[in-house]
Design a protein around this ligand. Structure first.
Ligand code: COA
Length: 159
C-alpha cells in the first residue's frame, strides 16, 4: 500500500535527504536550480509517496518557469529511494503529478533528464529551447499536456 500526498512543511527535510541520497553532491549547482532560486515549489504538484508504515519512498517537486512569455512547469527533482527503485514508483509519481498539472490547467511540462527514461511518458527533445547554460541540450525535454505545440524560446525564471 502506498499513499501519495502533496508535500507538507514537515516533509521538507526528509525530501531533501532523499534527494541528497539519490543525486550527486552539488546537485544545487546545476543550471536548472537557478530557475528555482527564491521561487517556492508548486504545492499542488509537489508530491511525496509513503508506504503503509509512513516510510518515504519517493518524492517529486515542480516549479513554475517561463518559456518565452508562456508559463510552463519544470518537473524535478524526482527521486525514488534506492531500495524501491524499479518498482514503478517513479512512473506512478510522474503520471499522477502530470495528470494533476493538466487538471490545474498547465499545458506544458519541461525537465532536464534522460530521454531514455522520460520518452515513455511522452517527453521529447526540445532543440528550440534555450535553457540557462551550462546544460546538455539533448537532456532538455518537453511534453505538452494538451494538443498544442510546445512554446519555443528562452527558458527563464518567473517574475
Ligand atoms: C529515475 C528514477 C526516478 C526512476 O524511478 P523508478 O521508480 O526507479 O523507475 P520505474 O520503476 O518507474 O521505471 C523503471 C524503468 O525505468 C528505467 N530507468 C530508470 N532510470 C533510468 C534512467 N536514468 N535512464 C533510462 N531508464 C531508466 C529502468 O531501467 C526501468 O526500465 P524497464 O521498465 O524497461 O525495466 C529513479 O530510479 C531515481 O530516483 N533515480 C535516481 C535519481 C534520478 O536519477 N532522478 C531522475 C533525474 S533526471
Amino acid at each position: 500500500m502506498i499513499h501519495i500526498t502533496p508535500e507538507q512543511k514537515e516533509d521538507y527535510w526528509e525530501v531533501e535527504a532523499l534527494y541528497d541520497l539519490c543525486f550527486a553532491p552539488g546537485r544545487e549547482a546545476l543550471s536548472s536550480y537557478r530557475l528555482r532560486d527564491g521561487v517556492p515549489f508548486l504545492a499542488d504538484l509537489s508530491l511525496v509517496m509513503r508506504d503503509e508504515l509512513g516510510v518515504l519512498g519517493a518524492a517529486i517537486r515542480y516549479w513554475p518557469v517561463l518559456v518565452g512569455d508562456t508559463p510552463v512547469v519544470l518537473l524535478g527533482p524526482v527521486a525514488v529511494h534506492p531500495t524501491r527503485q524499479g518498482e514503478g514508483l517513479g512512473g506512478l509519481l510522474i503520471s499522477e503529478s502530470t495528470s494533476r498539472a493538466a487538471k490545474l490547467g498547465w499545458k506544458h511540462v519541461l525537465l532536464v533528464g534522460d530521454y531514455s527514461y522520460y520518452s515513455r511518458f511522452g517527453f521529447e527533445r526540445m532543440p528550440n529551447l534555450q535553457f540557462p547554460p551550462p546544460t546538455n541540450q539533448s537532456r532538455v525535454l518537453g511534453h505538452s499536456l494538451i494538443d498544442t505545440d510546445f512554446p519555443t524560446g528562452q527558458v527563464g525564471k518567473v517574475k
